[in-house]
Design a protein around this ligand. Sequence first.
Ligand code: HEM
Ligand code: HEM
Length: 293
Amino acid sequence: MNGGRILATIVKASSARVSTSVASAGGSERLWQAFAVVSVAGLSWWYFAAQRQPSATRHHGLVTGLGWIGITLALLAASLSVRKRLAYQGMGRLSAWLSAHIYLGVVAAFAIIYHSGFRTGGPLTGGLLAFFSLTVATGLLGWWLARRVPPLLTAMEETPAILEDLLAVRADCLRGMLELAEGGSDEFRSLVERRLMKDAASWGRMLRFYRRRSTLAQELPDFQKEHQAALLLMREDERSAFLRVVEYALRVNKMNAELFLQRLLRGWITPHLVCTAAMFGLAAVHIFSVLYY
Ligand code: HEM
Ligand code: HEM
């Protein structure tokens, strides 16, 4: 076989493998979606049918049954944590586990809402419901962030950078700004301290990077125009230093914008885990109290 044919065979084989795995990842997500739709429909039917024919025993069976279903699904969802710590093969792909996690969590939410009958009850059940809702809400937030933030970062970045690189570049730019300000006239220094430092920390400007999905090079001309009047009032020998400080300020703001996104992407899991732990702790007390008192 010649080189070209060998290459073609490898490309064909690997693209077949990639498309099979993508197809089966999509397939498993669709299966979990179908499971969620059928389960939520079944739970809703059970809950509303029981409301139409009220009876004490039926109500108790419904509340207890939905409680057990909800907590079992929540425990199954939390088993993702175990899978993540088991690196070896043979337990299924992590992406399939994540789909299972998300849809089990969503069905658990419906089971628990119907279980509570849209009431918070006493302080213990109210706290439990609050932590359960926060677990689901932070999970949904993390899911949304994982889909939205990476493409936004890719659109904004000149070169992909990790958190530590961003911090280092930001520190360098801030140092540069302060050094140039120290060596300049009083007007120069006060302009840097009162205006450009604020621009560097501005949330509005960070939002502009997000809204326009723009890079530093795309934002710089507009930013320079905003400071044109100040530049013209500046002493001639300070103008080039001023232009450098303007660029530093925008770069610091851009680093802040990227840092915030990267921290969100890393940080949302902490409240998700804390709420999960608090929820299971309170659920144990709740179950004990309804079973034994
Ligand atoms: C995350 C899990 C759970 C949450 C968030 C939760 C939440 C609640 C809430 C808010 C109430 C008060 C509803 C009202 O005042 O009408 C309640 C009542 C109740 N729950 Fe749960 N629950 C959970 C798990 C369970 C489990 C696993 C059981 C199974 C034994 C259970 C059994 C009950 C019972 C029997 C009541 C009625 C108590 C009464 O009326 O005095 N719950 N639950
Ligand atoms: C009953 C509700 C839920 C419980 C008990 C729960 C619990 C957990 C736990 C324990 C982890 C940590 C895995 C680890 O890093 O060790 C986790 C991760 C995660 N959860 Fe949930 N969760 C619930 C609902 C949800 C929902 C409804 C969503 C989204 C719609 C969600 C999205 C996620 C995501 C995206 C991760 C990160 C997975 C990764 O790092 O790859 N969770 N959850």
